[in-house]
Design a binder for this molecule. Structure first.
Ligand SMILES: [Zn+2]
Length: 312
């Protein structure tokens, strides 16, 4: 089974032609999400046509086009329902009609975090596991859950997708979502510079010399013995571990998959969260396994087949 797959990130868009769990062709473009979605749709069309032609395929050789979108979406109507500063014009675009006009094939839309979980379930670290939660640590924190082999969804479209906004600190920072002390307001790419800026003694850390504090610098400097960087790293680990326990108590998974660029430091992150979960979660069926995502940036693309196949 073949499909066209588009993974809409915040600043990059990945496009691919996939066959089951394999990527036949792929391309990636940088986009200015502030400029909106409408202006990049013709670029998508050009890239997809080029990939198909290179493979000697026609659009109708594909079961459909699947799109993972960084927003709240309604997969039953194929509509983007609510955005958070990225591609804000998308709520007014009829994407199924665009797909029909340009390619003549069915369109499938899903939230990007759910697509990543679908991909990991279909071909990665969640293969063979039907009760699973995925957390993606990045600029924000993505969350998705699956129960009994089905993505957790509710009529209210956000159901199961806002794990990054689980509160971990009631005296915490105001989050972009309107709540206070969310996991992502305390330890995500966007909030990390704010945490570092307020840290007592930050001027004595190498972190005060970087233009923008990110996870790479925090983990790297911590490894090299920077005490402040190590303290900030440990706070991030603690926040993620507390959030993970919250998600385990909420969804009752047998496995939690953790992905995102910061998982370059999986050797530090996984054992920390695993130990915290072992100590502090209430799981009578046994300790929930914490594992790193295995598909990296391809997870969202590989969610295409299970999404379009009607399994989900
Ligand atoms: Zn929030």
């Amino acid at each position: 089974m073949k499909a066209i797959s588009i993974d809409m990130g915040g600043s990059h868009v990945k496009l691919a032609v996939v066959e089951n769990a394999s990527i036949l062709a792929t391309d990636e473009i940088s986009v200015d999400y502030g400029a909106g979605l409408r202006s990049v749709l013709p670029v998508f069309k050009t890239i997809i046509d080029k990939m198909l032609s290179h493979l000697g395929m026609r659009p109708e050789d594909c079961v459909g086009l699947a799109m993972g979108f960084c927003a709240m979406v309604d997969r039953t109507t194929g509509k983007v329902v609510s955005t958070n500063g990225k591609f804000d014009d998308a709520t007014g675009i009829d994407l199924p009609a665009w797909c029909q006009t340009e390619f003549g094939i069915p369109f499938g839309l899903e939230n990007d975090a759910r697509m990543a979980l679908l991909g990991e379930w279909y071909a990665g670290a969640a293969k063979g596991v039907d009760d699973v939660v995925m957390i993606t640590l990045g600029t924000g924190i993505g969350g998705a859950a699956m129960a009994g082999g089905k993505l957790f969804r509710t009529k209210q479209v956000q159901g199961g997708t806002v794990g990054g906004h689980i509160p971990v600190l009631f005296t915490g920072r105001q989050c972009t979502c309107g709540a206070v002390g969310c996991m992502e307001a305390e330890a995500a790419g966007w909030s990390l510079p704010l945490v570092a800026k307020e840290w007592p003694g930050i001027e004595h850390s190498r972190l005060s010399t970087v233009e923008r504090v990110d996870f790479r610098s925090v983990f790297e400097f911590a490894r090299e013995g920077d005490a402040i960087a190590a303290a900030i790293r440990d706070r991030c680990l603690h926040v993620w571990a507390v959030g993970t326990v919250g998600l385990i108590h909420m969804y009752g998974p047998e496995r939690v998959i953790i992905g995102g660029g910061v998982m370059r430091s999986a050797d530090v992150i996984i054992p920390y969260i695993q130990e915290y979960v072992r100590k502090f979660s209430w799981t009578p069926s046994g300790t929930v396994l914490i594992v790193p995502a295995s598909l990296g940036n391809d997870a969202g693309l590989l969610g295409a087949i299970p999404l379009l196949d009607g399994l989900h």
